[in-house]
Design a protein around this ligand. Structure first.
Ligand code: ZN
Ligand code: ZN
Length: 599
């Protein structure tokens, strides 16, 4: 498969970003320009502008971009010395800073780290010259002006270099495709994504909320959301018990010394909260559950007969995310992992690994997320952020590849995607809109057992070192719920719906009958609500439909007389009147089998 960075689309988008900068500079000659890279699905450029932009400004900029493109300008590359570059961009302070980086090592125009010094080049088209390493299309004519669009939402603010101590810039997003049809398809997808946005649907369904006084990135789970999370946890907990996992519970803070021992401390220093002092000793919020589970293992002496030991916890961890990077439930500052650590002998490793993969596939398929791919993350050979010897890394990597092959998984191998203590196998699901989300992860680790000197007594009566597998299937409960909400657009399978049945009495005289039936359904374990409001029937149905409640039971005089209910599905299908017992049988069959459909 061609890498995106090598594709024509990438060159088109990068070139469109330059054209955007030209159009903006023509309109605001005093503007300062920062960086303008292609991104997934489009491109942006960051500007320091004299005033905020209006929608009319954006329209004007887009129209001018199309004009420039149609004029057919060549992109010309020129290699320059740092000295020359400084002359060219003398009144562009952000470029001057970038030039310094190119000279000494720093950040390139795509915001990526570079080891300096590197060759400095510029690209010029028409009147615009940019500090740039390319690549570009040879001529603006290769950009299809009818397949290009600026994003007409209010331009986003972005800090220069993502650093909130630096200048706040205006980021204008655009997208460019090869054909107008592709652009159309993409814009429709964006619309659909907006309709499914968990940040809108979640609060509307009463799943969660955020409050500024509580704090950014700290979700509050409301009853419906807590029910959903509890169902997901119970689903996994039950299967884990069947598969020999044991539950553990550990605290939310620990001594810094623990993470120094594990090696997490320096590695995660940018994503941790500052340590705090308790009785003269330093503590911190838990960023990881692994060292706690390790100490539970260490508390007992283990024989090879006890292994494998599988310890599982829904463990809440805290990671620092910059406020600009927080995003609904997908990027938060505290989240709960469905974490587990398996301690096993080298002979057991492959079977244990395969067992976890089987569990991952069982859970994902069970939740209707059966479109997924696997990725094996290995070390970046250039980087020194990993702990452990080459030999154990090689062993662990080979173990994962062997297991994946044996399972018949289709996978890619990607450098630099490993954890700092070992290689891993990630599962990346595609949701209903074909967007990719990394959820499950399985990691093989020879290093932490070494650092903590874990042992078991072998059949030979000698001490041996176990191997650890770290695994999470949902990953983060917060993020996973966000994925489910967007995948199902809030219309969860009946077994996961926080409210499964709404009973709708047509008039006040039917309320008592509705309450009776509600009690019957609750007794069978269904989650039920009676809409006893004074609203008209139509409004009650609309309300339940918006709440994505799977079943609505409507009851009037005829239903009461017959001991029946009129059943309606959230999609609008009318199943007609049926005896209460028949509805119960239907609903329980669907809920208990965890069916994905309602009929
Ligand atoms: Zn460029
Ligand atoms: Zn772990």
């Amino acid at each position: 498969m061609e890498r995106y960075q090598d594709s024509q689309l990438y060159r088109i988008r990068h070139s469109a970003a330059h054209v955007m900068a030209q159009a903006v500079l023509e309109k605001f000659p005093e503007a300062k320009i920062a960086i303008g890279p292609p991104i997934e699905d489009g491109f942006y450029y960051d500007f320091d502008l004299p005033r905020p932009l209006t929608e009319d400004d954006l329209r004007e900029i887009e129209a001018r971009m199309k004009e420039i493109i149609r004029e057919g300008h060549e992109f010309v590359r020129k290699v320059v010395s740092a000295e020359e570059a400084r002359r060219i961009f003398a009144d562009q302070p952000y470029k001057l800073e970038l030039i310094e980086g190119l000279e000494k090592g720093g950040t390139d125009e795509h915001g990526e780290k570079i080891e300096g010094p590197v060759e400095i080049s510029t690209y010029t088209h028409d009147t615009f010259e940019d500090l740039c390493r390319g690549p570009h299309v040879p001529n603006t004519r290769e950009i299809n002006p009818d397949a290009l669009s600026i994003t007409f939402k209010p331009p986003a603010g972005a800090y220069w270099r993502g650093d909130e101590k630096r200048e706040m810039l205006t980021r204008i997003y655009g997208t460019a495709w090869e054909t107008p049809e592709q652009l159309q398809e993409y814009l429709e997808l964006l619309e659909e994504a907006k309709r499914r946005d968990h940040r809108v649907i979640g609060p509307a369904l009463g799943l969660f909320t955020f409050d500024p006084l509580v704090g950014k990135g700290l979700p509050l789970w409301k009853p419906n959301g807590a029910v959903l999370r509890d169902l997901l946890e119970r689903f996994l907990r039950e299967v884990q018990i069947e598969r020999g996992y044991q539950p553990v519970i550990t605290p939310h803070i620990a001594r810094v010394a623990l993470y120094e021992r594990s090696g997490h401390y320096p590695y995660y220093k940018d994503s941790q909260y500052a340590p705090f002092e308790v009785e003269g000793d330093l503590y911190m919020l838990k960023p990881m559950n692994c060292p706690h589970h390790i100490h539970i293992y260490k508390d007992d002496l283990h024989s090879y007969r006890d292994l494998p030991i599988r310890l599982a916890e829904f463990g809440t961890v805290y990671r620092y995310e910059k406020s600009g990077e927080l995003h609904g439930l997908t990027r938060v500052r505290g989240f709960t992992q469905d974490d587990a650590h398996i301690f096993c002998t080298p002979e057991q490793l492959e079977d244990e690994f395969l067992g976890v993969v089987d569990l991952v596939e069982f859970i994902l398929n069970g939740l209707g997320l059966s479109d997924y791919r696997a990725r094996i993350g290995v070390r970046d050979p250039e980087s020194d952020k990993y702990v452990g010897s080459d030999e154990v890394w090689e062993q662990a990597t080979q173990a994962i590849i062997r297991a994946a092959d044996k399972r018949g998984l289709e996978y890619t191998v990607e450098e630099g995607e490993a954890a700092f203590y070992g290689p891993k196998l990630d599962f990346i699901i595609r949701d209903a809109l074909k967007r990719e989300w990394q959820v499950s992860t399985v990691q093989v680790d020879y290093n932490l057992p070494e650092r903590f000197e874990l042992e078991y007594i072998g059949a030979d009566n000698d001490r041996h070192r176990p191997i650890m597998i770290h695994r999470a299937l949902y990953g983060s409960m917060e993020r996973f719920v966000a994925v489910l909400v967007e995948h199902y657009a809030g219309a969860f399978p009946a077994w996961l719906a926080p409210i499964q049945v709404v009973l709708i009495p047509i008039a006040d005289r039917h309320i008592e009958y509705a309450e009776q039936i509600a009690a019957q359904l609750r007794e069978k374990g269904l989650r039920v609500q009676v809409d006893a409001s004074s609203n008209r029937m139509g409004a009650k149905i609309r309300q339940a439909t918006q709440q994505k409640v799977p079943w609505m039971l409507i009851m009037g005089d005829r239903d009461v007389a017959a001991g029946a209910v009129s059943v309606r599905l959230r999609g609008g299908e009318d199943l007609g009147a049926m005896p209460v017992a028949n509805f119960l049988e239907l609903a329980l069959r669907i809920v208990e089998s965890k069916a994905l459909e309602l009929s």
